[in-house]
Write a protein that binds this ligand. Structure first.
Ligand code: ZN
Length: 186
């Protein structure tokens, strides 16, 4: 039983954050993601002269999404995410402009690759979970696949769709140390 003062029960349950569905997750992140500058015309990382687009070159490899904040490193496999999306027969969701802008702001992307995926309308994948940032515990949502397609869609003003992975599904995409070492050999 929760230890509550008399009369506190109703208030306690009213504060419960229900994140049990894709829609509720999206709504929570939409409301609680920090405001960031408009990303529509922010250019990505410039191409390296004389080198082919590395995103196109490594298209068939499992692309590992890695993020690190002080004290934490989290790596997620796009290949595992794709398998989970199929297995769980997940549905896509149109991502609101505000949340999409935030997701793009969080990620680095190659400017060169954006026009290469303008006509590719494969949905993206958003991973959701909890992470320690220094002393704070925060909920994260990352676009682990589809950043370039998202940028292309945003610049053209068309909707962008993505799968939303639950906390459990996101945990299932994380990579073990030995898996990471194998991936690093590419
Ligand atoms: Zn490319």
């Amino acid at each position: 039983m929760l230890r509550l003062l008399p009369g506190e029960y109703a208030a306690g349950m009213a504060d419960y954050i229900d994140l049990t569905t894709d829609e509720k997750l999206l709504a929570w992140y939409e409301e609680n993601s920090q405001p960031v500058p408009d990303q529509t015309y922010i250019p990505g990382v410039p191409p390296v002269p004389g080198r082919p687009c590395k995103k196109c070159t490594f298209r068939d490899h499992d692309q590992v999404y890695g993020g690190s904040v002080p004290g934490t490193v989290a790596f997620l496999s796009k290949q595992k995410a794709e398998t989970i999306v199929k297995k769980n027969e997940k549905k896509t969701h149109v991502i609101s402009e505000k949340l999409l802008n935030f997701l793009i702001w969080q990620n680095e992307f190659d400017e060169e690759h954006v026009p290469h995926v303008t006509d590719v309308h494969t949905p993206g994948m958003i991973a959701c979970g909890g992470i320690k940032k220094g002393e704070d515990h925060v909920l994260f949502c990352y676009l682990i696949d589809g950043t370039h397609r998202a940028v292309a869609a945003m610049r053209e003003g068309r909707p962008f769709e993505a799968y939303v992975l639950s906390f459990k599904e996101t945990a299932e995409c994380s990579m073990t140390q030995s898996e990471l070492q194998r991936t690093a050999r590419f």
